[in-house]
Design a protein around this ligand. Structure first.
Ligand SMILES: [Zn+2]
Length: 483
């Protein structure tokens, strides 16, 4: 039987977090009351003229430089003509054959797999459309009795990043998107929130027999709103196309919609070709011609990118690859880590607490609550743990309390009685009391019944009201029984 491989390319849309929109002075903000950030330009009134946002151009050049693209000395805006009810001009100002950034690559690390290099075809600048909300339980158009249009998003600067079809699996696609998000986050150009739509991703998928170099018929998948839905949708589509190829069913070139609840893709429309859009140069905007000096200035100002940061964490702090991958994928987490380590905490311990316990608490209580945890909290927590003044379980409780209240570690430890008795004099007196009360158990231990030590430790814990350091209690018990 023929074996098939998937050929996947991703088109990612990134809303820039500039103060104003792409071609007018309206504010660019998420969540404002509908139709409050609008003006004649972004509403497409006749006679209004677009003026490109210099800061948005700076940001897309920065993105291109971070991805290793060539920055075009001369690029053009084009009109892409199509009708959407939430696109007032009936064309979108985009770029066509002369994008600002050409070529490049992103090196990705697939979890439990090898690293790979995914080529970047182009990165171009365009504007977002408005947003239509369908008044129906499903949120889809077919059973809606009303549609509400909000033009606040119309004209928001949008960067489209197109990858080469170099991706071969859903996991690799997920790794690519995570790396792209981390890169954009480090550049501080976008909120990159998939749940708010500031990072969106479409995928082109085709299948071909392993060893073939020709591409099969490709299908575009839309509406994947999270990393998880990207990977699920690709897995579904790969299996659907493989079955079609095996049974000789034709694969249609089309756009398919991912339905998260159904866990399946469904036909949305047949695929448009570029000529359907009647691209022509935007007559109201001159060519974009950034000077070589400006480009070099922006190149020199690039921050440390995620890949370099991962390598540094491994080299400087000896952290494990999988810990570093989780840490660097999230700017808040890596910022917290750097500050905690710089205050003198053990880097490996800090990294583990941030990527495991704190990440778990962020899932449970929300990211905002988890943001109450400061470097100082972690430094204090790790110091108490290191001195055996609190147990591992006690430290977990204290951290959850910080997430809930933001209080100091010291105050929480006192309030919850988490301090454990690790003073051998104080604990020794409790141990002596327990041994005096349980003569029979002591005798059993001396006769070779080692397991009775667990019972005795339990008695010490009980006698101390749960505050004894169990490790030290066991040591003291053994000392006395063997001595
Ligand atoms: Zn406007």
């Amino acid at each position: 039987m023929t074996e098939y491989e998937a050929v996947i390319g991703l088109e990612c849309h990134v809303e820039l977090s500039t103060a104003t929109k792409m071609f007018c002075g309206c504010r660019n903000e998420f969540g404002a009351p509908p139709n409050t950030n609008v003006c004649p330009v972004c509403l497409g009134h006749p006679g209004s003229l677009p003026v490109p946002n210099r800061e948005a151009i700076r940001r897309i050049i920065t993105i291109g430089l971070a991805l290793g693209s060539e920055i075009a000395p001369h690029s053009l805006f084009h009109r892409k003509n199509y009708f959407y009810p939430d696109m007032p001009k009936n064309y979108q100002i985009s770029q066509y054959d002369l994008p600002i950034c050409v070529g490049g690559h992103l090196d990705v690390e697939v979890p439990n797999g090898q690293g790979s290099r995914v080529g970047i075809t182009r990165v171009h600048m365009e504007e977002d459309t408005g947003k239509t909300t369908h008044g129906s339980p499903s949120g889809r158009i077919h059973d809606a009795d009303a549609a509400l249009v909000d033009f606040n998003r119309a004209g928001v600067p949008l960067v489209e990043c197109v990858s080469e079809p170099d991706i071969r699996s859903p996991e690799e696609a997920g790794a690519y998107l995570r790396e792209l998000r981390a890169t954009l986050e480090s550049l501080d150009v976008s909120d990159v929130r998939m749940e708010e739509g500031s990072l969106r991703c479409d995928a082109n998928v085709s299948m071909r027999p392993v060893g073939d170099t020709e591409l099969g018929t490709k299908v575009e998948i839309k509406n994947m709103n999270s990393m998880r839905s990207l990977e699920r949708a690709l897995a579904y589509e790969i299996s659907r196309q493989t079955k079609a190829l095996e049974t000789g069913e034709p694969i249609v070139q089309e756009t398919r919609h991912w339905n998260e609840d159904a866990g399946a893709t469904a036909t949305m429309r047949s695929k448009e070709e570029a000529f359907d859009y009647r691209y022509f140069p935007e007559p109201d905007i001159p060519a974009i011609e950034p000077s070589a000096e400006w480009i070099e200035e922006l190149r020199a100002a690039l921050p440390e990118l995620p890949r370099a940061r991962r390598e540094r964490y491994v080299a400087e702090h000896g952290l494990k690859d999988e810990v570093v991958r989780v840490l660097v994928a999230d700017r808040t987490a890596s910022g917290l880590f750097e500050q905690t380590a710089s205050l003198g905490a053990d880097p490996a311990a800090a990294a583990n607490w941030i990527t495991q316990d704190l990440a778990g608490l962020a899932n449970k209580h929300g990211a905002e609550a988890a943001a109450r945890v400061t470097p100082r909290h972690l430094v204090d927590l790790l110091a108490l743990l290191g001195d055996d003044a609190i147990s591992g379980a006690g430290a977990k409780q204290a951290l959850e309390d910080v997430v809930e209240t933001g209080d100091d570690i010291g105050a929480i430890v006192e309030r919850r009685g988490l301090r454990q008795v690790s003073d051998s004099g104080e604990l020794g007196a409790i141990v002596d009391g327990v041994l005096a009360e349980h003569d029979d158990a002591s005798r059993k231990f001396r006769d070779g019944n080692e397991s009775v030590i667990g019972f005795l430790v339990g008695q010490v814990m009980k006698a101390s009201g749960g505050s004894a350091n169990p490790k030290l209690a066991q040591e003291l018990l053994r000392d006395r029984l063997q001595g």
